[in-house]
Design a protein around this ligand. Sequence first.
Ligand code: NAP
Ligand code: F7E
Length: 329
Amino acid sequence: MSRKRALITGITGQDGAYLSHLLVEKGYEVHGLLRRSASADVVNSRLRWIGVADKVTLHDGNLVDQASIIRVLQIAKPSEIYNLAAQSFVKSSWQQPSLTGTVTGLGATHMLEALRTVCPEARFYQASSSEMFGTVQEPVQSETTPFYPRSPYAAAKLYAHWMTINYRESYGLHASCGILFNHESPLRGIEFVTRKISDGVARIKLGLQETLALGNLDAKRDWGHARDYVKVMWLMLQQDKPDDYVAATGRTASVREFCELAFAHVGLRAGDHVVVDQRFLRPAEVDVLLGDASKARDKLGWEAETSLEQLVAEMVDADLARLRTHEHL
Ligand code: NAP
Ligand code: F7E
């Protein structure tokens, strides 16, 4: 039997690395869309870190250039497509709202339209987000909770979400949306709060800095591990019928609590080092998110496996190891 072929957009990001690893382990031929960068040495650093850089095939392309997507689909001939590419940093979406709308929103339409034209039998995963719940309309959010986006990023994701559902209903595509709550890892971008904290804690522990400047310490998120969350993406595309699923841990914690866990892991106290800096506040905030993943548990057999304490420890330990070996990521 020939190997299954998958195409991952956003393969150089956090989830792209973990998903590549999972699919390579499962015997897939993995292809990825790679946008051109002048910093060639850093583009696949996550794929190298996780040990799959030489096991995936990268294709030059960009979500805003539909011709490039069509060409990549014609070459890669995937049976599964994971659309992970996005301008994914919420804070930047106020500074670059049009770019965020074009890549994070319209980019999904480019993918769906290319798929419909080139390989309509391929199964499609859209990376939807808990940010779409924004100002939460129910204390625990599930697939039936109404959306209330609070940022240009969330509005763009909501457009991509509904376009995926619309293409499923209009053309009968096997297209599914994973409404994933925050998931983190040692491969998280340094601008996101969890990695900023784990890196900061490691630097303070090693005597490289004294304080850690953060924004809203009261914001609460349902934080899981990216390694667990890429499994739900794959499971969704193995179902006979496409559908939308929430993935979450069912536990919420504040940025302050995340800090306390991270500092305690190295024997320090967050209160001695964390300072609030107004520059890291947002024009509009998502105060609290808490997900109900019972549909994914009942229909897919999926559950988050990593506790918040395990996640924090793994991230801080990885940053300590990186700083000790002068490795940058
Ligand atoms: P990430 O680390 O920021 O990765 C984003 C990826 O998109 C990178 O590979 C990036 O390439 C690529 N990209 C950006 N603009 C592009 C463009 N114009 N054309 C092609 N590729 C482009 O994000 P992540 O944390 O892995 O998240 C994966 C997806 O899930 C994103 O869509 C994100 O919005 C969504 N999501 C994430 C979470 C979470 O908690 N992590 C939760 C819900 C949903 P470069 O490497 O060149 O920058
Ligand atoms: O912020 C607060 C900040 O940037 C989390 C993306 O993957 O998850 C992510 O979006 C919270 C916010 O992630 C700092 O105000 C405090 O309330 O780590 P974040 P995010 O905005 O939740 C969703 C599900 C996605 O889909 C996105 O793509 O932490 N916060 N102080 C801070 N945040 C940052 N970045 N930096 C601070 O200093």
